[in-house]
Design a protein around this ligand. Structure first.
Ligand code: SF4
Ligand code: SF4
Length: 57
C-alpha cells in the first residue's frame, strides 16, 4: 500500500522535502507519489496544507 495525492493538491511542493525516500515529484497537474517507492510512513500527509495526501487502498 502507498499514499496517494488527490485533486486537492495545490502544487505547493511542501511534501517533497518530507519524504525520506524521495517518492514525491511534480506531475502534470499535481504532485504524485511513486507507489513503488512509498513506504507508507505518512510524513507527507502531516504537512500538506490541503490534506490532499491520503492512504491508498
Ligand atoms: Fe500538493 Fe499537499 Fe504536496 Fe502541497 S503538500 S504539493 S498541496 S500534496
Ligand atoms: Fe514518502 Fe512517507 Fe509520503 Fe510515502 S507516505 S510518499 S514514503 S513521505
Amino acid at each position: 500500500m502507498a499514499y496517494k495525492i488527490t485533486d486537492e493538491c495545490i502544487s505547493c511542493g511542501t511534501c517533497v522535502e518530507e519524504c525520506p525516500v524521495n517518492a514525491i515529484s511534480e506531475g502534470d497537474d499535481k504532485y504524485v507519489i511513486d507507489a513503488n517507492l512509498c513506504t507508507d510512513c505518512g510524513a507527507c500527509a502531516e504537512v500538506c496544507p490541503t490534506e490532499a495526501i491520503v492512504p491508498g487502498n
